[in-house]
Design a protein around this ligand. Sequence first.
Ligand code: ZN
Length: 204
Amino acid sequence: MQYTAINPSDILALFFLIVLIGRFIGYLKDRAEQNKYVVKRTPKPSPSKKITKEEMEEQAAQNRVQIKINFEKYYQNLLKDKEFVNKNTSSLDNFIINDALNQFDLHKLAYLNGIKLQINTGWYDLVIELLRELDELGWDRRVDCIKEKFGELRFYSDTPHQDLIDAYTEKSKEICEVCGKPGELRIAVWWITLCGEHAEERIP
Ligand SMILES: [Zn+2]
């Protein structure tokens, strides 16, 4: 029986091979362990095809429709079951201005102008008073914005009677925005016109 002599270098090579395999198995185990703690990310969606101009316009049109629906809903809720002079008025040209107007008429005027009131309830009567004065001067009932800015009333309307509107802006500086009682322009973090009671409540 003849034995083939084993070359010592072969033993060394085998030894290194075993060590290498052992390390590789260890590496695989470590990786498996790490993966347990890695939150699997949802694969990114494949890059969508470029949005065409038509699709963008379509999206914009849908957004406009949604804004219109929300606007209608806002006023439906606000004016639902309320009694006011212009309850059945459907256009600005037919909008009635008289001594019996209330805050819901004011909202209706805003609605017919496609805007929302951006003032507190304390100024509603002041604005109604302004509407009456403007009406006497032949106002067309068009208004772009009714809001508070720097504690003052802003009433944006294309009318030759800007001086009258300015006078109401001045008046607003002496009327509490919250309750309508006499107030004064105060500077808290921002400008706000308040009576003493509401100033104590709102200004630290
Ligand atoms: Zn007040």
